[in-house]
Design a protein around this ligand. Structure first.
Ligand code: URA
Length: 263
């Protein structure tokens, strides 16, 4: 970095990094790793020197898709499933994530919400929908009498995501990643056994309905895994497009009406 960089220059540079998607500071001072490599001599190895013990990471499974299917099928409870997913090494996103994000809310709830993937706040805290979009989601749910902290299944919601690890820079999950984790999501829904699914955005629609186009699909009941499913625009989209909140409100009322029709 240019040592003549002044305060304003440094601020502009930082803002540019943020614009590019850098959200995590990994050190207080920059490290020139090229200089480091040149300065650090390689340790001489003699025959008598024992190799240092390097912790060996669990190898990725040879057939991650088959492994995901088998692990998901063998989970008999949500706790089993969380443990199986946490230990699954077939998805590279795990290596870059700080936390495994499984679910939040009440598993006995009548409504289960499926989001996309953890963002920076969720990755830091280890729970889904806790950032700005999550706070908006909580307000939307409160408007129809639902609350993730409620113990009464009639008033509660259960929340998960298609992916349990954050994609770098919050990029959109890839089709390959969605397909790999799909057996876990299906088993998650089976075990929680909600009456209604709410699919927040294109990623859960792609995973569970096999199609995208949320702006066309939202607001119309469809079926996913044999359950009524309501596609809705993602709260993050609503934060960027406040005018779309009006339609989201109509979708929330649809959900409320369906819950009231089958108490
Ligand atoms: N967006 C999602 O889809 N899920 C989260 O958990 C957070 C943001």
């Amino acid at each position: 970095m240019d040592s003549a960089l002044d305060w304003h220059g440094a601020k502009a540079l930082l803002e540019w990094y943020v614009e590019l998607g850098a959200v995590d500071a990994v050190g207080d001072v920059p490290i020139d790793r090229y200089a480091l490599a040149a300065e650090t001599p390689k340790p001489a190895r003699t025959r008598a020197t024992a190799a240092p013990e390097v912790p060996v990471a669990d190898p990725a499974p040879a057939d991650p898709a088959a492994e995901a299917e088998a692990l998901a099928a063998s989970a008999q409870t949500l706790e089993d499933l969380a443990q199986a997913m946490r230990g699954f090494d077939g998805l590279d996103l795990k290596k870059g994530a700080r936390n495994f994000v499984f679910a939040d809310g009440n598993p006995a709830a009548r409504v289960m919400i499926v989001g996309e993937a953890p963002g920076a706040d969720e990755d830091r805290i280890g729970r889904p929908f806790v950032g700005r979009a999550g706070q908006l989601l909580d307000r939307m749910l409160a408007a129809i009498g639902l609350d993730r902290t409620a113990t009464d299944p009639d008033e509660a919601v259960y929340i998960t995501n298609v992916l349990p690890w954050r994609p770098p820079g919050n990029r959109t999950p890839e089709a390959r990643e969605i397909a790999l984790m799909l057996p876990f999501l299906k088993r998650h829904i089976e075990l929680a056994d909600p009456e209604i699914l709410v699919l927040m955005g294109n990623v859960p629609c792609s995973a569970l309905l096999g199609r995208t186009g949320i702006l066309r699909m939202r607001g119309r009941w469809t079926e996913a895994l044999g359950r009524p499913a309501m596609p809705m625009t993602h709260p993050a989209y609503l934060l960027r497009n406040p005018a779309a909140k009006r339609e989201a409100w109509a979708d929330l009322l649809e959900i409320r009406a369906r819950l009231d029709a089958a108490p």
